[in-house]
Design a binder for this molecule. Structure first.
Ligand code: PA5
Length: 437
């Protein structure tokens, strides 16, 4: 079993010939990605990563996470962008919806909180207050070690830990995930003697979820990271052929470019489970930051159905026709919730008695895809049998590979993010940072 991709409900929007014409370009993109000869070639370490990751470091990561699972009441993950979204996507997709509220025995590990992904005073102050009486461990994640949001949060959480436990014990409770040699965080970690994990040089932030950046928080949450890496390794084979008809990830990349060239410039990532909300956020960052440059790129947006069928559904059905949708569908959940039969059928729902919510959700998906296709919105579908660590690993790799290829098809460097610097320069100037011109 594996991740599948289908485009039946997009076929009417292009000809088979047009798709075939993409094949040589995709082969060229494949060459560029695999030889590292394309733009950003120095950041393609993620392509073979599920096969070549450092097993020694991974073993240490599991030991550290086991210790934290035993000792911590709360684990704070500090990071932003690619140093944050992958772990959050995994936790949201794979842990129970109300994980932090579950009794400790049921969780088997600490509550997990995120910080350093924004600059909100309320969020930060309220989180620090919440942690007042808990045993706290912190994982600060920053490849560059200089990003303002996580650096500020880390300063605050470090001060909190040092005040609470003293400098020495605080050091035992801080884990830094950063570059192996460069940056302020690496220097600080060395000086303080923090446990550290490495973000490899050849893997950029948004492609780093399968490195310690994502794996440590996932392991602390009790997710089976072996399964995640196995799923990713299997996806390497699944997504390795240069032929679009033999590689679902490349077919997806080709189709999104084909649709883009036909004026479908906005791609909607659609999920039917609230647990996919952060998968959507991760996907948006992956594609948006990789492709949106040089005045080009699909705009990646996301919708959570059926909730959003009651808000943006109207626009999708009937608004500007510059959209296409990519649904991430989970074939089945482990929960069986059936509609109860009621003696007086005042709400008129007895016709659904015995039917499960999963079955109804599937009909909502089929109904929406059909309606939107008829309304002029091509529909692509990526599906996995269930929401498990194994399939999470497959999905991550499937989308990463599609993104690398897609960026090359578009003619941009999918691995840099020059546009992110512009706001930083202005902000630093306004803040009076020394040495900013
Ligand atoms: O994908 C990227 O490169 C970015 O989103 C980074 O992950 C983000 O800016 C955080 O950077 P850093 O890990 O250096 O703090």
């Amino acid at each position: 079993k594996r991740v599948t991709f289908d485009y039946i409900q997009a076929e009417q929007f292009f000809t088979e010939r047009e798709l075939e014409q993409m094949a040589p370009q995709v082969r060229k993109a494949h060459e560029m990605l695999h030889t590292g000869a394309g733009p950003g070639g120095e950041y393609t370490g993620w392509v073979e990563w599920p096969h070549v990751y450092d097993r020694g470091e991974y073993g240490r990561l599991k030991q550290v996470s086991a210790k934290i699972r035993e000792k911590a009441d709360a684990f704070v993950v500090i990071g932003v962008g690619g140093s944050y979204l992958g772990a959050r996507a995994a936790l949201e997709m794979l842990k129970p919806a109300f994980y932090n509220q579950l009794p400790r025995a049921q969780r088997g590990g600490p509550e997990i909180y995120f910080a350093g992904h924004q600059l909100s005073a309320s969020y930060t102050a309220q989180l620090l207050r919440l942690l007042q009486d808990k045993e706290v461990y912190v994982n600060v994640i920053s490849k560059s070690g200089t990003t303002l949001e996580p650096a500020l949060a880390f300063r605050l959480f470090r001060a909190f830990l040092e005040k609470r436990y003293g400098k020495k014990e605080a050091r035992n409770r801080i884990i830094a995930t950063t570059d192996k040699a460069r940056g302020a965080l690496k220097q600080l970690a060395d000086e303080e003697g923090y446990e550290t994990f490495v973000v490899p040089d050849s893997i950029g932030g948004r492609y780093s979820v399968l490195t310690p950046v994502g794996l440590l928080p996932m392991a602390v949450a009790g997710l089976d990271t072996d399964q995640i890496m196995e799923g990713a390794a299997d996806a390497v084979s699944l997504c390795s052929k240069s032929d679009i008809y033999a590689n679902p990830s490349y077919l997806y990349a080709a189709l999104r470019n084909l649709l883009y060239n036909k004026g479908k410039t906005i791609e909607l990532f659609v999920g039917y489970e609230p647990s996919l909300l952060y998968m959507a956020e991760w996907w948006k960052q992956l594609f948006g930051e990789s492709e949106g440059k040089g005045g080009k790129g699909l705009f990646p947006a996301s919708l959570n159905f059926s909730t959003d069928l009651h808000s943006l559904g109207q626009y999708v059905q009937d608004g500007r026709r510059d959209l296409f949708a990519t649904t991430l569908w989970i074939e089945g959940t482990r929960e069986r919730v059936a509609v109860p039969e009621m003696e007086n059928d005042l709400d008129g729902l007895n016709y659904l008695a015995g039917v499960t919510l999963d079955e109804i959700n599937a009909k909502a998906c089929a109904g929406a895809m059909l309606a939107h296709t008829e309304g002029g919105v091509p529909n692509l579908k990526v599906a996995v049998p269930e929401a498990t660590p194994y399939y999470f690993g497959q999905l991550v790799y499937f989308f990463e590979k599609a993104c690398g290829i897609s960026g090359h098809l578009l003619g941009v460097n999918p691995f840099d993010q020059p546009g992110v610097e512009a706001y930083k320069r202005n902000m630093f100037r306004l803040l009076g940072k020394p040495s900013v011109t």
